[in-house]
Design a protein around this ligand. Sequence first.
Ligand code: FAD
Length: 494
Amino acid sequence: YTSERYPQVQRDTKFKRLNEDDISHFNSILSKDQILHATPDNPLIIYNEDWMKKYKGQSSLVLKPKTTTQVSQILAYCNKVQLAMVPQGGNTGLVGGSVPVFDEIILSLSNMNNIRSFDELTGVLKCDAGVILQNAMDYVSDKGHVIPLDLGAKGSCQMGGVVATNAGGLRFIKYGSLHGSVLGLEVVLPNGQILNSMKSLRKDNTGYDWKQLFIGSEGTLGIVTGVSILTAPKPKANNVAFLAVDSFSNVLEVFKRAKGELNEILSAFEFMDSTAEKLTEKYLPDLPFPLESDQEGNEPSFYVLIETSGSNKEHDDNKLESFLEKVMESELIVDGTIAQDETELTNLWNWREMIPESTQMNGGVYKYDVSLPLPDLYSLVEATNERLKKFNLMSETESSKPVIAAVGFGHIGDGNLHLNIAVREYNKEVEKVLEPFIYEFVSSKNGSISAEHGLGFQKKNYIKYSKNDNEIQIMKDIKREFDPNGILNPYKCV
Ligand code: FAD
């Protein structure tokens, strides 16, 4: 069980190995179609392997409960006999948190996919944890509302998964964190106890707000089975502009001006470097790039996607046009385009949302999702590029080099950089060059080694770069209090 991939960690011998008695017990709780067994022909790869194909577990059992009571019965049993378990939503997490490390049972929430209620007056949606984000979006959209969160994985990730990772995403700048918009949760603790607080209240200061602990807990404290979330009124007007910018300092200046000029209607401010867009052009060969190179054929260094969402189209159009004229006059941008209809709007978003797929398509991708002070944000990409060149590990064309490119993009509005290193294959030499270098760099700038993806398995051992000893100790104490046997998502997070 000491996987070759994970020489740094041993299977914890306190955990029981699954046997026929356990299977019989699960058969008494769930129907046959809710239990998946690994076979030589079907090693349950879609559950055992993560989205990046970087982390792979060896679980032989997936349980798919349909009710909170079933989740509770499963957990009470696993806790009693010490069977380790990984909660899994859409399996789109990017830090190896959603798949087993060894033989942990996988508890998939995908069968818990009912909308429980929607209040058209307050906009509060209550749903099961396994509802796919896109389905929740479509449901509330028909009722004139939007989920206050959007991300590229929306077609697969689940409401419980986004809560468990405290996902940030593309509209954080407008709607803020899930710590604000989640109003209540239903959670099953490792001992099987159901904590029900599916409230609709925006204000509730009756002591500790315990649900906050589960937002971002990465499946280590309890299983989220229900989510109550405040949705926002659907904007009546949406605009998207795609701009070319020559330097990172100008990206920041455009951002500063956008905040001031577009103010309440600014709903996204994303940036990407030209290398990220070159990879995306290969991934989207049928979609013409929205901007052209200049007359000498020079590529601008950066692109910016600005979205506005408001309630009055004419007002928003005027604001955006006036803003664009000013940044153009100040020579802060070198080119730009505005979407003229829904199709163009979707196409422009594709140039941002397809970057993760395009960096992964040639074999693999090392992903670093970090927070940095804005002036330092891009310096990490530059430093990483220099380092990969110094170690002679990178070439776009030479197939003998493991790294294809190191690109930067992300949510400028939130100080959140995604540094993606596209590789031909996962490679220990590359890993040694990247880590702990990247974490040391982020720490030296007082940033965070995880802005929104969490710690999972990837960053568990690097937490010290973002939290001090006392903070780490209190996290361990909280974990022990909720999960004294440590059965939930072991080897991850803390
Ligand atoms: P999973 O991947 O299944 O699980 C993630 C973690 O949560 C695991 O530790 C798991 O054990 C735990 N978990 C899942 N469900 C539950 C539950 N019901 N109860 C308890 N624990 C649970 N993230 C961002 O923040 N912003 C982005 O912009 C963003 N963009 C992305 C784009 C792409 C293309 C991809 C693939 C991922 C992106 N992500 C982004 C990563 C993000 O963390 C996930 O997409 C999402 O939040 C995870 O949801 P999931 O249902 O897939 O959870």
